[in-house]
Ligand binder design. Sequence first.
Ligand SMILES: [Zn+2]
Length: 280
Amino acid sequence: MRKITKSLQIEDIPMSIQLPQNERNRQNRPTRNEGKRQTTHDRRLEVIDLQRFPEEKTFSERYKQDDLKEKLKKLYHNKCGYCEQYSESWHVEHYRPKNGGYAWLAYSWDNLLYCCPTCNEHKGSQFEIRGEKAFYIASDLPSIHALGQKYNAHEKPLLLHPEYDLVEDDFVFDENGQILTEQITNERLIYTVSEACKLDRKDLTDRRKEIVVDKLVQDINAVILKNKNNQEVMQTKIQGLIEVFIATSHRETEEFTVFRKYVITHFLQKILLKTLSEIS
Ligand SMILES: [Zn+2]
């Protein structure tokens, strides 16, 4: 889980979910569009009145319009906000669940994340908190796209938010890509990994190992085999491989950058020595 930077400035919020101009500064009863054409904001007001999120498509299609999906996809670089895996099929995920007591945030920009179908399915409507649950108040409407931080302060949610929480340094892995939750001290990270999103699931662990560690070992092996008669060239090429591996860990478009960084600081030397000794 890598920190994502998302702007909550009005001009950066997708047009399709924006508040109407006259609503942004209001403190009193919101106004409706009485015309035939229903906007996302009209749906938002209906949801607020109903105090639940209706199942009809006319409500759910409103948080996944093209402009919103394009912005999310770009911000998250086609990677799931939780597992950091590329995912061409993906869901617009509600951090605070629209069907789990937070319907009024169904169209709120800071509540919408890019999430792979598997993490989304595991998470479902889970949202455990340690503090007091937030509820809708009309005076919050003008800041409906940026209420997350305010709610976090008194709700103390266990689930991490990729846009608000920086936890890269709290992860502990083994060199096979397994997350060692028993060695992690951050309670929220443990909840997110083991309870909500199941980031320790086997297929994901295997893929972390394959993409990061196995690929590196394969590349080193190939260089050794190709240059075994010239130690000097071999060393230079291996050095080059390592430099690329380190640079890749800082590239936000790459998968599993958190694990990649962990490998660099904890296992790189060991992997290198092991690979070299197996070949010679
Ligand atoms: Zn995922």
